[in-house]
Structure formats: C-alpha cells, structure tokens
Design a protein around this ligand. Sequence first.
Ligand SMILES: [Zn+2]
Length: 140
Amino acid sequence: MKNTRDNKAMKWFTPDELTRSETAHRLGIDNRPDGVVMKNLQELVRHVLDPTREMWGRPIRVTSGYRCTALNAAVGGSRNSQHITGRAADITVGSKAANERLFEMIRRSALPYDQLINERDYSWIHVSYAPCGRRQVLAL
Ligand SMILES: [Zn+2]
C-alpha cells in the first residue's frame, strides 16, 4: 500500500543542499525557505531531480537551489529567476563532458522539466520544474 508521505518525500536530495549557500553565509543573508518555497523544492525533487538521479545512477551535486531575492541579487541572478521560488536547481556531475551527457539524458527523457539550460558550455546545468512544464531547452 502506498504511503502519501513517502510519495512526497525527497529520496536523493536534502532541503539543506537545496538551500545552503556559501555566498549567503558570507554575506549574512538568511536563505531559509518559507512553506511555499519548500513545497516547490519538494516538487522539483520529486518530479525532476530524483528521477534524474535514478536514471543517471550516480551522485549529482546541487551547486545552487533556492535563492531568496537578496541572495539571487548577490549572485547576479535574473530578476525572474525560478531559483527565487524554489523551482530551479543548478546541478553538476563534475566535468563539462559528464555534464553534457547528463544534459542529453535529461533532454531525451520524458521528464516534465520546465527549462533545461546548458550554462556556459556545460559548466553546469540549470533545470527547473513547474506544473505543465514547457520542456524548453536553452543554452546560455
Ligand atoms: Zn540556475
């Protein structure tokens, strides 16, 4: 029998790694998520990050997840960034070559991502989730 709580649980990613930020720490910015952001982070993990991790079969590191508006401004993020609502994460698997393979795996999957962005020649991958995801693929 399925347990509703377990269905909502994050398997491979923790709230801590989706909210922690060296920049926030250094600048004294409080980057703790509120309930709405936490729910969005859980949806991002459940619909995109956990299934991606399952398919990839190896660890995936989150370099930036939720950013409050002050943190987003401090790191030069776009004003409309989905990081601000907890709907986006920047991820890496350690090298540009490996990031490119991960990017292609996500692009060809049936995952309901909203945006999948190759950032700076696969230095990292930006991926977001939103209900009715657009599955938009970009390179910046
Ligand atoms: Zn990003």
